[in-house]
Design a protein around this ligand. Structure first.
Ligand SMILES: NC(=O)c1ccc[n+]([C@@H]2O[C@H](COP(=O)([O-])OP(=O)(O)OC[C@H]3O[C@@H](n4cnc5c(N)ncnc54)[C@H](O)[C@@H]3O)[C@@H](O)[C@H]2O)c1
Length: 441
């Protein structure tokens, strides 16, 4: 099947933008990716993925060799693009819970002089509600083109980014007129032909869909983590509890994995920015509950820390501790706000001798926290450990044989911070193992 081809520009080629660019190119469009990071652009142009994401390596190499995918730091390269997707970062502002919007505003200033007269600017980053209108106002001041703005939130999950971009659960477009709606429908024709639901909404709804989806997901995780605190005190098993309530179709089992909580470059900063925005709108009380969600989440890190202390007789000082996992989630090398690293750093600052293992994220982790010791070989990482913490649920860790692993460590003690290991098998092999809200039977 052939689909209409478009001239597309992607502004900001990180986890979101680079994957979106390659998928649009795979669909036959001419795509130019613009980024301010020269090193990243050079790698991308050589067909090398600047981060780990399953399937992405092959896809980027294919796009570059096909010739319809290019990356640049030169903003004038977007002058022929009909659709310009804004995919820059919106991290948490230092010293505040608000979103740091500097990448958005600098991107708008960068592209404004080069926009094609009828270009449609499409926001894809996660932003506080009201941003699209603000971009429109700024663009009107900066350019004399007829360019308009639409919003098209991104729902990809790192670790599944390629799959989620090719076949998302749904496509949401916030538009102001039917021409823009048609342009976006045409770009997404390959997805729409697979019956992926399309929701056409206004700008504010499109912006809110993303942050409210993340707020809901965060709430679900913190809910089950609160239940796991109760389970610990009462001897109940939070995994069995999640299975039982998850069978209720009104609740569902997904996102009921109790453990060390959420992290990464999205959920934590998105819920904080949402709380902040509600405050600006005079609606603090509407999102008061999200503060509790955030607190419950951060409390899980304290909980693991204090269990570690208890297992090591009150002090971690001088103790050899192995942390399994550095990425904030498996199948990713993203270490932004990683619970595993947060705990590793705390243990280190209390004098523990911490060794961190991760299959993919050690380079990023070492850049962020050079103070920690990193080991890429799992057996070496486990050697002589007095305590092992399982904090990122890579498949590799679920496949550890507790009998062989016991021979490597000095003291067979494990905290399963992701409730994914077979507690009974560990116990049978002679380990002392604790989960969060569940214990071996
Ligand atoms: N990563 C995800 O899983 C995900 C999922 C959904 C939504 N989002 C949202 O997407 C946005 C991007 O996230 P990300 O994870 O890709 O961030 P990222 O930090 O990986 O990428 C941002 C990129 O933008 C570039 N950039 C910064 N300023 C620029 C400018 N003025 N012009 C051009 N490029 C510029 C940076 O160099 C970087 O490569 C955020 O708003 C995030 O919340 C991310």
């Amino acid at each position: 099947m052939t689909y209409p081809k478009h001239e597309i520009a992607i502004i900001g080629c990180g986890y979101l933008g680079a994957v979106l660019a390659t998928v649009f190119a795979e669909q036959g469009n001419n795509v130019i990716g613009l980024d301010v990071d020269q090193g990243k652009v050079e790698k991308l142009n050589q067909g090398i993925a600047p981060f780990f994401e399953p399937e992405f390596d092959e896809l980027i190499a294919a796009g570059i060799s096909a010739g319809n995918l290019k990356f640049t730091t030169d903003p004038s390269a977007i002058s022929t693009s009909d659709l310009v997707f804004i995919c820059v970062g919106t991290p948490q502002l230092e010293g505040s819970s608000a979103a740091d919007m500097r990448q958005i505003w600098s991107a708008i200033e960068l592209i404004a002089p080069h926009l094609h007269s009828d270009a449609l600017v499409v926001g894809r980053s996660t932003v506080p509600v009201g941003t699209a209108k603000e971009i429109e106002t700024r663009l009107q001041k900066l350019t004399s083109t007829n360019s308009t703005i639409a919003w098209n939130p991104e729902f990809l999950r790192e670790g599944f980014a390629v799959r989620d971009t090719r076949t998302p659960d749904r496509i949401v477009i916030g538009v102001q007129n039917s021409d823009d709606e048609q342009k976006l429908k045409s770009v997404y024709a390959p997805q729409l032909s697979k019956d992926i639901p399309l929701l056409v909404v206004d700008l504010a709804t499109a912006e809110l869909v993303k942050v409210s989806a993340n707020a809901y997901l965060a709430t679900k995780i913190s809910f089950i983590n609160a239940m796991s605190e109760i389970a610990d005190k009462t001897g109940a098993d939070v995994v069995a509890l999640a299975d039982a309530i998850g069978l209720d179709p009104r609740i569902g089992r997904k996102f009921l994995g109790a453990g060390v909580g959420f992290g990464g470059g999205c959920l934590p900063k998105d819920i904080r920015a949402f709380i902040h925005r509600a405050g600006e709108l005079g609606l603090s009380s509407s999102l008061q509950f999200l503060k509790e969600v955030d607190e419950i989440n951060l409390r899980q890190r304290d909980r693991v820390f204090s269990i570690a202390k208890d297992l090591l007789n009150g002090s971690v000082k001088g103790k050899r501790i192995t942390v399994l996992g550095a990425a904030f989630k498996p199948d990713s090398d993203d270490v932004r706000d990683s619970p595993a690293l947060d705990i590793a750093v705390r243990l280190n600052s209390e004098g523990a001798n911490v060794v961190v293992h991760d299959p993919k994220a050690l380079e990023n982790a070492a850049k962020r926290f050079p103070v920690l010791t990193y080991e890429g070989d799992l057996e070496k990482a486990l050697l002589n450990a007095e305590l092992v913490l399982h904090l990122t649920e890579w498949m590799q860790y679920r496949e550890i044989d507790p009998v062989s692993a016991k021979k490597l460590v000095r003291t067979p003690q494990m905290i399963d911070g992701r409730n994914m290991l077979n507690l009974e098998a560990y116990q049978a092999a002679g380990w002392k193992i604790v989960g969060l809200g569940r214990q071996p039977k």
